[in-house]
Write a protein that binds this ligand. Structure first.
Ligand code: LLP
Length: 439
């Protein structure tokens, strides 16, 4: 895997000539994923958390190219649905490297996952509701069980992605020990789990520490009642910078805070990632998604319309809220760079300070008939012209995954690169694909 490399890859660091050639060859909109960068991100996580179990939260990007890279880099897979579990198996993860986190699971999902478990008894199922346990029991499951607590501490880049105190997720932490004690008689109780939310920055470290500390208390309580826990999973959520002025997350600081919170719990000095939780001999688990893939992906989109509106230059492109939902859904900021114009490399791709183009406030809008369909509003950008290609940064996480076909827009293609090799890893959806299901 090599060393971890720099903590963040800014949009300006992607080679414009290469990306323009890809847009030419594969057409737009196009997702590009850099497998080498995925491997570097995994390596950096491993360096910061040398003794922890690290699972990749598959939901951030489920493509086989990413899953295989992550598996080769030694991370396990955390899956949110039966479909993700099946993709993880397809990518070569063995059952002992797959955790399924059930969130209000449809019966169909439980059928499929329990079916997989029958052939792969090392697979772990995480439950966030007592009746999920009943439903698993009804299906004959008596294997490795992890209990998801709702820790009462949330964090993250947007209200919509804070899970830690949201009633939908997990079992209130104060009830977990009793349930775990009862379930330990019937199942192989291997872990406790909690997740604060997504996009945690350095400012959220206090919340993270509090969550870890509560989980440490829980683990000790479970253990004192005969537990036998293998791991304490404190979730994912490690943020990446989206704006040029944002610093990268200091992973070492997160790791230190995590150890310290565990150490405090046990009333001992910090002692590595092998969780020193009093008498609990459990391993710390983390499950980042975004951190692994966000800066390994860009979205390429071509300009089709340029018009002067009252307050801004509106640049119409062929990607929109169906291609990359995050700006419409969370007001998320993604750096945008005009690949066809010169770019000042220390400004993360915008505004253009060195090119010969005028820098103007630009609204980049997609082809969807909704006013939410904008990738950015009134952002200084070197004035794009029709036919030019823009690159959207940090598109590797929750990009293709949240794409959809609203307005009968086929989903984009995706290419994966590693070294000088480029492969089409998801073909472009066609109009025929979209109508195929209709009867
Ligand atoms: N573990 C659990 C239980 C989760 O629910 C999630 C994310 C993760 C791990 C990974 O979180 P990450 O490390 O990627 O932040 N669509 C949103 C993000 C939703 C995340 C949902 N759960 C976005 O685009 O910002």
């Amino acid at each position: 895997v090599g060393d971890g490399g720099p903590a963040v890859r800014r949009l300006a660091e992607w080679d414009a000539t290469d990306l323009l050639a890809l847009a030419e060859e594969y057409d737009t909109p196009l997702y590009v994923i850099d497998r080498d960068r995925v491997a570097e991100n995994c390596a950096r996580l491993r360096e910061a958390f040398p003794d922890a179990d690290i699972s990749y939260a598959v939901k951030a990007h489920t493509g086989q190219a990413v899953l295989r890279t992550v598996r080769e880099a030694g991370l396990d897979a955390e899956c949110a649905s039966a479909g993700e579990v099946e993709r993880a198996f397809e990518a070569g993860f063995t059952g002992n490297r797959i955790r399924y986190t059930a969130v209000n699971p449809p019966g169909r999902d439980l059928d499929r996952v329990v079916g997989r478990w029958q052939a792969n008894p090392e697979l772990t199922i995480t439950v966030g509701a007592a009746d999920t346990v009943d439903r698993l029991r009804d299906r004959g499951f008596d294997g490795r069980l992890c209990v998801r607590a709702n820790p009462g501490v949330g964090a993250g880049h947007h209200e919509k992605v804070r899970t830690g105190a949201n009633a939908k997720f997990g079992i209130p932490i104060e009830r977990v020990a009793d349930l775990a004690e009862a379930w330990a008689a019937e199942f192989d109780l291997v872990g406790v789990h909690a997740h604060a939310g997504s996009g945690i920055s350095g400012d959220d470290l206090t919340a993270h520490r509090e969550l870890v500390s509560r989980m440490g208390d829980l683990a000790r309580e479970v253990e004192s009642r005969g537990g036998g826990l293998e791991f304490v999973d404190v979730g994912g959520g490690f943020g990446v910078p989206y704006r040029s002025e944002e610093p990268p997350l200091d992973l070492d600081a997160v790791a230190a805070a995590t150890r310290e919170a565990l150490g405090d719990v046990a009333g001992r000095s910090p002692a590595g990632c092998q969780a020193e939780l009093g008498n609990v001999d459990a391993t710390l688990s983390i499950e980042p998604g975004r951190y692994v893939v966000a800066d390994a992906g860009v979205l390429l989109t071509r300009v089709n319309t340029v018009k002067e509106a009252r307050d801004a230059t509106v640049v119409g492109v062929d990607a929109g809220m169906t291609t990359l939902l995050r700006p419409a859904m969370y007001g998320a900021y993604h750096a945008i760079r005009n690949l066809s114009a010169g770019v000042d490399s220390d400004t993360d791709g915008e505004p253009n300070a060195t090119g010969d183009r005028e820098t103007v406030p630009v609204t980049v809008a997609g082809p969807i008939c909704e006013s939410a369909d904008v990738l950015c509003e009134e952002r200084p950008l070197s004035r794009p012209e029709r036919g030019e290609v823009l690159a959207v940064g940090n598109a590797g996480a929750y990009g293709y995954e949240m794409s959809n076909t609203y307005n009968t827009r086929p989903r984009p293609a995706e290419v994966a690169r590693s070294g000088t090799t480029v492969r089409l890893v998801r073909r472009r959806e066609t109009a025929a694909d979209l109508t195929e299901l209709e009867r």
